[in-house]
Design a protein around this ligand. Structure first.
Ligand code: AMP
Ligand code: MG
Length: 487
């Protein structure tokens, strides 16, 4: 276990030079204090959890002081936002403080979000508010606990610094961890500005640091692109299986590592709705829940375009063609497991689609449906769940098919079935209204609810004593919260 001043930095991205990032110092926030910290994220850096109580912790992650060997940089990138190319984005309010090695030899980017203005701030103030910082923190750690790849969050630091959004709010900083902060938009930036040398530098860096196994392949860049396609197919399959809606799938928010990245007005589904749009600025529903799959492919094709200097168009096209089948295979596998099925049958896909059709418009809580399905033997569970459906006849048809399908499984032991199903069907998810309650308390100065919610969500599959209220459907006020896009 390390103390705060014992972190080992090796800032490889900074060494790539000023064409890829710019040296910028964090601008401190006033009266920095720890809102919440993740023990699991601290463990990634071998940090003793007690360091969160060290006064230096809030000083470091509130931008007041730096490690001697950190090299804060704002990265430059561009990207497609809502389908249109924006030539100049970049870290407008976040800084890559440096890359830290842990004792296991893994390295983690330390990225401080809300650290002040940079050359890429455009019209922005370089800040992040407490509300969005708490949401990012909770989501990062909750997704990870669900087994969904995500950037991680070490802590949120609150402050007295005023920030103007729709109303006056307070600035905060999140310390984000990820093995890399390279986005699709990094490649797009050098492609569209026609700077092949810098693009090559970036590509070599990503290949050697993050996809070393691809170097052994006859076409390393193609192998790397294939890996990026595979990881994103798997990631989006997990989002769809667990009802996670990202909300702003612009290519500058897509990680080359295939992790969930850059949280905005995201939401987990409460009631199942394939057409759910969590981002209120997304008037056309470009990033609606069910559109995440074709948009994932669209984003990968934008990345493919940027990789044409390195890879033939035919090879890129062929590799892009892998996305949908890979997505489908992962999705089917997860959904079968959510339904308690251990074997695979041809008609399973149809069984899953039929279920979602029945759920649509019936106000069925997406998370609790699967959890309850595993609570009891299939026949009893289905009989109990039936009451919630509007189209009873439709549900009965589906239930008959499901029970017939279950009867072809070799279920000897109901306890084992329940355990198996509960291990993939969470009881607790980050519902918007739960996040909102924690944010309201935090804005009033009480941070305990953020920590409690975080703690519950780190064990989403395990029923926790006294935590029943975190497993409930949203109350009326919490059903259609408009989560502000400003952050
Ligand atoms: P986002 O929507 O958070 O993914 O951000 C899109 C772009 O706007 C990125 O280049 C951000 O760095 C930048 N940005 C967002 N909010 C701010 C802000 N308050 N100040 C400066 N830049 C920002
Ligand atoms: Mg972003």
């Amino acid at each position: 276990m390390k103390a705060l001043d014992e972190l080992t930095f090796d800032n490889r991205f900074a060494r790539l030079g000023d064409a890829l990032s710019t040296h910028v110092l964090p601008e401190p926030i006033d009266a920095p204090r720890v809102v919440v910290a993740s023990n699991a994220a601290m463990a990634l850096l071998d940090l003793d959890p007690a360091v969160a109580q060290d006064p230096m912790f809030a000083q470091l992650f509130g931008g007041h002081t730096l490690w001697a060997n950190a090299e804060p940089r704002a990265m430059v990138y561009s990207g497609h936002q809502f389908g249109s190319y924006n030539p100049q984005l970049g870290d407008g309010r976040g800084l890559l403080l440096g890359e830290v090695y842990n004792d296991a030899g893994e390295h983690w980017d330390l990225h401080l979000k809300g650290a002040g203005m940079t050359p890429y701030s455009r019209m922005g103030d370089g800040r992040a508010v407490l509300r969005s910082s708490i949401r990012e923190f909770l989501a990062s750690e909750a997704l990870h606990a669900l087994g969904i790849p995500s950037s991680r969050a070490l802590c949120v630091i609150g402050s007295d610094t005023p920030v103007w959004r729709e109303t006056q709010e307070r600035a905060a900083m999140v310390l984000r961890l990820a093995p890399s902060h390279v986005r699709f938009g990094h490649f797009e930036y050098f492609y569209y500005t026609k700077r092949p040398e810098q693009q090559k530098l970036l590509a070599e860096h990503v290949l050697t640091m993050h996809f070393p196994e691809c170097q052994e392949q006859p076409e390393p860049y193609l192998a790397m692109f294939r890996e990026i396609v595979e990881r994103n197919a798997e990631l989006i399959a997990k989002w769809q299986a667990y009802g996670f809606c990202h909300g702003v799938m612009n290519t500058d928010n897509m990680s080359i590592l295939g992790i969930t990245f850059d949280f905005g007005p995201f939401a987990f589904l409460d009631d199942f709705d394939a057409n759910f749009i969590c981002n209120h600025s997304d008037h056309e529903g470009r990033y609606s829940f069910s559109n995440q799959v074709p948009i994932g492919q669209w984003n990968l094709s934008a990345l493919a375009q940027a990789l044409t200097p390195f890879i033939s168009v035919e090879a890129l096209r062929e590799t892009l063609g892998l996305f949908l089948p890979l997505y489908q295979a992962h999705y089917l596998d997860l959904m079968r497991r959510r339904l308690g099925l251990t074997s695979a049958e041809e008609a399973d896909q149809q069984l899953i689609e039929a279920l979602l059709q029945k759920m649509q418009g019936s106000s069925i809580d997406y998370t609790l449906f699967f959890r309850r399905l595993g609570d009891e033997p299939a026949e009893q569970a289905v009989a109990r769940l039936r009451e919630e459906f509007v189209d009873l006849k439709g549900f009965d048809d589906w239930a008959a098919q499901y029970l017939a399908r279950v009867s072809r499984e070799d279920i000897q032991d109901e306890d084992a079935r329940r355990e198996r199903m509960h291990a993939v069907n969470p009881l607790y998810i980050l519902r918007n209204y739960l996040a909102q309650k924690a944010i309201d308390a935090a804005q009033a100065g009480d941070y305990s609810e953020v920590q409690r919610l975080h703690d519950v969500l780190t064990q989403p599959f395990t029923e926790q004593a006294g935590m029943q209220s975190y497993a409930e459907r949203p109350p009326e006020w919490g059903k259609h919260l408009e989560i502000s896009c400003s952050s």
